[in-house]
Every structure is written in structure tokens, then in C-alpha cells.
Design a protein around this ligand. Structure first.
Ligand SMILES: [Zn+2]
Length: 318
């Protein structure tokens, strides 16, 4: 399904203008942070070039628009996923074979290749061939969040469209319109670095409740053995908890440096922030270093129980 709030409107306006003049290129590379709406925008572009509406395109209502939205259009292909699996030569070969065949029903066949930094070298070289000899009525839309990892030869054959993170206020407003409480919406918007797609993932991961629990347990409960024990058994949860803690101590440092309280992320923990901002910079950097070191242990798949206990000691040292 296409989530319209994730579509990059500036990019779509540009595509619409070009399409109206029949001047769309045959290949685009959408560059932007993870979850910044690149795939949603690519799908919207696929609708734009195949929409049957006589007025506003994409209409979202006609046959092609609907088929693309539900992932059932035989001439619109999406390759690559979010799971960070590499994109293999076979997938690109499949694409090449399709690109040179007649379309089943589309005006323009569209191939969306996500996260092209995950292509194997073989796959990248095969793709390069298609870009050099574009098939008729075919549009390639590639996406990446790490443009420096991609072959210059691929980049030079695509028109590059850059996506920037949205403003915190815009994202917070969208979330509030959907019923998220204002304080949580502000937190989600800042914590996701302005990527609406990321806020959705964070909501799925129940980050709002988790944030409260982590901060409560780590900052307010000195006897949190059970919490640390549970946490250390789950690397993903540990990583998330460490990120949250790091963002709290970042707030503390900002507060200590004179930042206005309204600018801080964890608005409901101001009392604790005040308390910690009374500690020395040396003390605080000890805590932060310990958080970072614990994260490194998680990354190396090592046991973090000791490291978490040490972090608790630094937090409660006085
Ligand atoms: Zn349509």
C-alpha cells in the first residue's frame, strides 16, 4: 500500500511538471535517509506515468493507480527490501528480461530497485548495461541512503533526486492528526530525525512505552537488577535502551550548555535532567562513554551484563 503522508511532495511536483512536458528521464536515483519516503515516492511516480485520469495525476482511483497501490500491477516491479539482504545478479537479470519484453498493460513499465548499495558487484554491472541501453517505455527508479557506496558509473547515468528529512513540526503535526499525544508526537518526530517512515517503525516497536520504562528503570530505580537481567538477554532491546539513554544524556549536556528546555527531547523528565545537569562534565562523559562501550559490546555479540551494571554505578555515583 502507498502511504500518502510519506510521499515527498517536492519531488512529485517536479516529476509531474516533467511528465506534463513529456520530459521525464528514463532513470532516477532517489537519495535520502532511510525511511524518508523514497519507495513510496517511487510508487507514486509509477502511478503518475500510468494513470488514466484526464485531470489530476496520479488520481489514485483508476485501474492502474489501484493495481500499483496494492502491489498487483504486472508491469511495475519492486526489487530489494529493507532487510539488508544483498541484491543478487538473478534479480537484476529477471529485471533485464522484463525490461525488453512488451508490457502487459502499462503505458510505462516501471522498475523500482531499493537500496542499490546492497547490489553485488555482478548485479551492479548488469544494471549498468540496462542504464546504458534503456528499453523503450521503461522507467527505472533506484533508491539509496548511502550514495557514496554506489558506483559512479551508475550515478552518472541517472538523474539524482535528493530527499531531505521533514521538519520536526510537520511530522509532529501529522502524528497528532492521527491521534498521537502531543508530547509523544514531539519525541517521535525528533527521535526519528524527521523521517516519517521511521516514526511508524518506532511506533510499531512500542518505543513510547519503552522510553518511559528505560528511563524510569535506569534513572529512578537503583535496584534494577531484574530489569538489567532481562535487558541483557535481548541485544535488540539493549541497543534501543542504550540509544534512548544516550539521547537523555545528550539532553542533559544541552541543558547544561544553556539550551532552552523547550528544545529538549525528553520533556517529561525535566526534573531528572536538572538533577544530572548538576553533575560535572567529567562525570557525565563517563556515563556517556560507558553507554557507547556497552553498545560496542552488543555489536560484537558479547555479554553486556557487567557493562550495564557498571553503567548503573556511573549513573548513581555521587
Ligand atoms: Zn490514476
Amino acid at each position: 500500500m502507498i502511504n500518502s503522508t510519506q510521499i515527498n511532495t517536492a519531488a512529485m511536483q517536479r516529476f509531474s511538471r516533467l511528465a506534463a512536458k513529456n520530459r521525464l528521464a528514463h532513470a532516477y536515483l532517489l537519495v535520502g535517509p532511510q525511511d524518508s519516503g523514497k519507495t513510496q515516492t517511487a510508487l507514486s511516480l509509477a502511478q503518475l506515468v500510468n494513470c488514466e485520469s484526464e485531470t489530476v495525476k496520479p488520481c489514485g482511483e483508476c485501474g492502474p493507480c489501484r493495481k500499483i497501490a496494492s502491489g498487483n500491477h504486472p508491469d511495475v516491479h519492486v526489487i530489494g527490501n529493507n532487510e539488508m539482504d544483498s541484491i543478487k545478479i538473478d534479480e537484476i537479470r529477471f529485471l533485464l528480461s522484463r525490461a525488453h519484453l512488451m508490457a502487459y498493460e502499462a503505458k510505462t513499465k516501471v522498475f523500482i530497485i531499493r537500496n542499490i548499495e546492497l547490489m553485488t558487484m555482478e548485479a551492479a554491472n548488469a544494471l549498468l548495461k540496462t542504464l546504458e541501453e534503456p528499453a523503450a517505455n521503461t522507467l527505472m527508479v533506484l533508491t539509496t541512503s548511502v550514495p557514496e557506496a554506489n558506483l559512479d558509473t551508475i550515478k552518472s547515468r541517472c538523474h539524482i533526486v535528493k530527499f531531505f528529512p521533514s521538519s520536526v513540526n510537520r511530522i509532529a503535526k501529522i502524528l497528532m492528526d492521527e491521534g498521537v499525544k502531543s508530547q509523544d508526537a514531539h519525541f517521535l518526530a525528533v527521535y526519528s530525525e524527521g523521517c516519517l517512515g521511521k516514526t511508524r517503525k518506532l511506533i510499531e516497536q512500542e518505543i513510547v512505552a519503552q522510553r518511559r520504562k528505560v528511563l524510569d528503570e535506569m534513572l529512578l530505580n537503583r535496584n534494577n537488577d531484574n530489569f538489567l537481567k532481562d535487558l541483557s538477554g535481548d541485544p535488540q532491546e539493549t541497543t534501543q535502551a542504550l540509544r534512548l539513554l544516550l539521547s537523555f544524556f545528550r539532553d542533559v549536556l544541552l541543558l547544561k550548555s544553556g539550551m532552552a528546555k523547550t528544545e529538549l527531547l525528553h520533556q517529561d523528565f525535566l526534573k531528572e535532567m536538572d538533577r544530572f545537569s548538576g553533575r560535572s562534565f567529567e562525570d557525565l562523559s563517563k556515563i556517556i562513554r560507558q553507554i557507547v562501550q556497552t553498545k560496542e559490546l552488543v555489536d560484537e555479540k558479547l555479554n553486556v551484563k557487567m557493562s550495564l551494571s557498571l553503567l548503573r554505578e556511573h549513573i548513581w555515583a555521587n
